[in-house]
Design a protein around this ligand. Structure first.
Ligand code: PLP
Length: 440
């Protein structure tokens, strides 16, 4: 060992000493931390490069649009002529490489934004084909493929077809086989959702769209972009997706946006989406912003950085849980296209212990014990560990898991990499104290 390295080690040891005053971490866990930090160093360099490019993209969009203080003041009532709302749409469109955007406080969640896209494109007699298997849980009721919630697309005469992934990739042969003349919309989910698979990369999305376009020329392509924003240098709308949507309390809100959703895409489709969100004829022209554009845009400005912090934590968690013998997806050296880290636990009790640990490491509600519950929109019990400044914000450090076998836990978010590291260390300490992990 050369002197440089010895110095480095000494520094790390001092850090644990100083930390002791605030968090107690056993020596065995410190050792895991030391090793993981060493292993993941190269990944951090790559993450920082993507962060830099995305920060430049966001900065340039704001400069080119001439963002100014007066855009933050907001309107009330109908919100006619709201310059802040209009520039927010234009900035998002630039960042996402799309013709237009609809960024609204009136979009209450990711599910709502995605539902608005589906309703914008689909009409009675049309078919939507998901080519990434089962869509995210909350969309099942929207499509009408689970339960009988009023207002589902099925109720409006829209059919649903599904092609499952094959070895984690879009099954293009399967898509060709199942294609029918009534298919109007191809649905692609970028992120893993509650699944054990890798996120689709932008290159995968590009190839998928190019291939399917060759099968039928009157199709629209929609991407559920939740959790994927700023993982790569480009977004789905820059590689041929006609419309994409996500939540502002995930990646693109940077932990600052207080609520809201976004839709980006072709001008014609954004117009249709606005007509569905507000009313035909009103479209994009109304919708008061109530001063929220400041948090949307400051959040977008911080998002490339915050997302990079979250990915660093995910890579770290992947390495450290893998070194304890758990199966993880993705592995620490894998390319990522979403911020989710999946960990496979051996029992329900072990999974719940993990969630209790994450909760304990939260800045808000750290004293709360998470229990499984019947969350609206989900077909099974879900446990969610979240102690966030913004309710349900999963760009803040959170963990959730459907209570069903196999016991996968999903870790995501973290506004700072340091919080993620501390959160994981506190979790490991908790799991050790509860007897769910054993260190040699
Ligand atoms: C979170 C999520 C949604 C739904 O977003 P909400 O804001 O929770 O309604 C949809 N799809 C994916 C892939 C998600 O991760």
């Amino acid at each position: 060992m050369d002197i440089e390295q010895t110095k480095g080690m000494k520094q790390i040891l001092d850090v644990y000493g100083m930390l002791e005053k605030y968090v107690s971490i056993d020596e065995g866990i410190r050792e895991l931390d030391r090793k993981a930090i060493k292993d993941i160093r190269d990944e951090f360099e790559r993450i920082d490069s993507i962060r830099l490019v995305n920060q430049a993209k966001v900065l340039s969009a704001m400069r080119e649009e001439g963002l100014a203080e007066n855009h933050f003041s907001g309107t009330t009532g109908y919100g006619y002529g709201d310059a802040g709302r209009e520039i927010t749409d234009r900035i998002f469109a630039r960042v996402f490489g799309s013709e237009d955007a609809l960024v609204r406080v009136q979009l209450v969640s990711g599910t709502h934004a995605l539902t608005t896209c589906l309703r914008a494109v689909l009409r009675p007699g049309d078919t939507v084909m998901s080519v990434t298997g089962r869509p995210y849980d909350t969309l099942e009721e929207v499509l009408g493929i689970r339960g009988d919630a009023p207002g589902s697309l099925r109720e409006f005469g829209v059919e649903y077809l599904q092609v499952n992934l094959r070895d984690g990739r879009v099954d293009l042969a399967g898509v060709k086989e199942k294609m029918t003349p009534s298919v109007k919309l191809i649905f692609i989910q970028r992120s893993t959702g509650y699944d054990w698979r890798q996120a689709l990369s932008i290159a995968d999305i590009d190839n998928t769209i190019s291939y399917i376009k060759g099968l039928k020329n009157d199709l629209y392509f929609m991407v559920d972009n939740c959790y994927g924003e700023f993982l790569e240098e480009r977004e789905p709308t820059a590689v041929g997706a006609d419309i994409a949507a996500g939540s502002l309390i995930k990646n693109p809100g940077g932990g600052i946006a207080l609520t809201g959703g976004y839709i980006v895409g072709k001008k014609e489709l954004i117009g249709r989406a606005a007509a569905v969100l507000t009313a035909p004829g009103l479209g994009k022209e109304c919708g008061a912003t109530l001063g929220i554009t400041r948090s949307f845009l400051q959040g977008l400005f911080l998002a490339p950085h915050v997302v990079a912090e979250a990915i660093k934590g995910a890579v770290y968690a992947s390495r450290i849980f893998q070194s304890l013998g758990f199966e993880v997806s993705p592995e620490y050296g894998d390319r990522r296209s979403d911020i989710i880290q999946s960990i496979k636990f051996n029992s329900k009790e072990q999974l719940l212990s993990f969630c209790r640990g994450i909760q304990k490491g939260a800045p808000v509600d750290s004293f709360v014990t998470p229990y499984p519950w019947d969350m609206p929109g989900y077909g099974h019990q879900v446990v969610m560990a979240a102690g966030a400044f913004i309710q349900g914000s999963s760009i803040e450090l959170s963990a959730d898991a459907p209570i069903r076998e196999p016991y996968y836990g999903y870790l995501q978010g973290g506004l700072t990499w340091d919080h993620l590291r501390l959160g994981v260390l506190i979790t490991l300490q908790q799991m050790k104290e509860e007897g769910h992990i054993v260190l040699e």
